[in-house]
Design a protein around this ligand. Structure first.
Ligand code: PMP
Length: 360
């Protein structure tokens, strides 16, 4: 019996076995440009870098419990009371908290598919059941189909806008008419990780007073170029924000990330420069892809979606890797290409012109 006890090892809960893996693109060949994780190719704002460096000196101290400085800065900048703001280690951490607070066993969480690949992971982790509603033929959310899929069990709806990986955008009017028809007991999470890159989506903040079941998720990872620092924020009604804060691990936002985010938020010129650079290069690559007969949906993000269409996503991924660019293939669906500098765009185009990757 003793030896049996020695051999026994702790077994993870069943849902751990059910969890899908978050994919990373294989690093094939010599990667010169990483275009597979929707990061910024530019360094963060120099002000953010300096603030983070200064913060490192004080790393002997714990940060505030709930990121109070960043909450105050966001509250100032956005014109919302601090009680309507929660911050965390990336919007992923906040989404985990949302699901921990509002969805569990027996609940359904509705989201479009294809959408952000972390959704099925976090929903499973929360013990809830994911319900995936296909995008329409134009790779856009299908709000009518999503409304039809809402049941008594639906606790949360995730709306990724712009949608990762297809880049498609719902305008504020479409978002609002969706919200107007969702039962008030269902929490709607508007994931706006890429919103700064989008012109057409409007200012969804103004929907918050009218729809108490709405929360907005944003991040410093993309337009603010702080993906490695891990900082994100959530906006919503006071009661909902209180619940979301309650399930946060204490000290979840590092002091370094908080310092970087506060400085980045204040550096509007840097943000505008980044957004303009991405929009310019996105336009260039989009035009060149269309010229090759590739039907690319208009993107409101820092990436473009090349739907699988006669050639396999994995074939395109390999061709790009051979040209020094790592992109993200979604098997059977398409390839997502993060916008980068002109040389990266040219390398992607050269890869697509290879006979193996060219359309039959
Ligand atoms: N939402 C979407 C749609 C994303 O694409 C990402 C990052 N790829 C995230 C959330 C998570 O971002 P963060 O770095 O803030 O956790």
């Amino acid at each position: 019996e003793q030896s049996g006890a020695r051999e026994a090892t702790p077994r993870p809960r069943n849902l751990v076995n059910l969890l899908p893996n978050y994919s990373r693109s294989p690093a094939a060949g010599k990667v010169r440009w990483v275009a597979s994780s929707n990061e910024s190719w530019m360094s963060p704002s120099p002000a953010a870098v300096a603030a983070m460096a200064a913060s490192v000196q004080r790393s002997n101290r714990y940060p505030s419990l709930a990121g109070d400085r960043l909450v105050a800065a966001l509250s100032d900048t956005l014109g919302l009371p601090g009680t309507q703001v929660a911050v965390g280690a990336g919007s992923l951490a906040l989404l985990g908290q949302v699901l921990a607070a509002f969805a569990g066993p027996g609940d359904e969480v509705l989201y479009a598919w294809r959408s952000y690949e972390a959704y099925p992971i976090l929903v499973t982790l929360a013990g809830a059941r994911g319900v995936q509603v296909p995008l329409d033929a134009a790779h856009r959310h299908d709000p009518e189909a999503m409304l039809r899929a809402i049941t008594e069990r639906t606790a949360v709806v995730l709306l990724c806008n712009p949608n990762n990986p297809t880049g498609t955008v719902l305008g504020i009017n479409e978002v609002e008419s969706f919200l107007a028809r969702v039962p008030g007991r269902v929490l709607v999470v508007l994931d706006e990780a890429y919103i700064e890159f989008s012109e057409s989506s409007g200012d969804t903040l103004m929907l918050l007073p009218k729809y108490p079941n709405l929360v907005i998720l944003r991040t410093f990872s993309k337009a603010h170029a702080l993906a490695g620092a891990r900082a994100g924020y959530l906006l919503g009604g006071e009661d909902i924000v209180r619940a979301i804060r309650k399930v946060a691990p204490p000290f979840g936002l590092s002091a370094v990330a908080e310092a970087g985010a506060v400085a980045a938020l204040a550096d509007t010129d840097y943000l505008l420069g980044t957004v303009a650079a991405v929009a310019g290069e996105r336009e260039f690559l989009h035009r060149k892809l269309e010229a090759r007969g590739i039907g690319v949906p208009c993107s409101g993000g820092n990436f473009l979606w090349i739907p699988e269409d006669g050639r396999l996503a994995t074939v395109i991924e390999r061709a790009c890797a051979a040209h020094g660019v790592s992109v993200r293939a979604f098997d059977g669906a398409g390839v997502r290409v993060t916008i980068g500098p002109r040389l990266a765009s040219l390398a992607i185009l050269a890869a697509l012109d290879e006979p193996a990757a060219a359309r039959p």
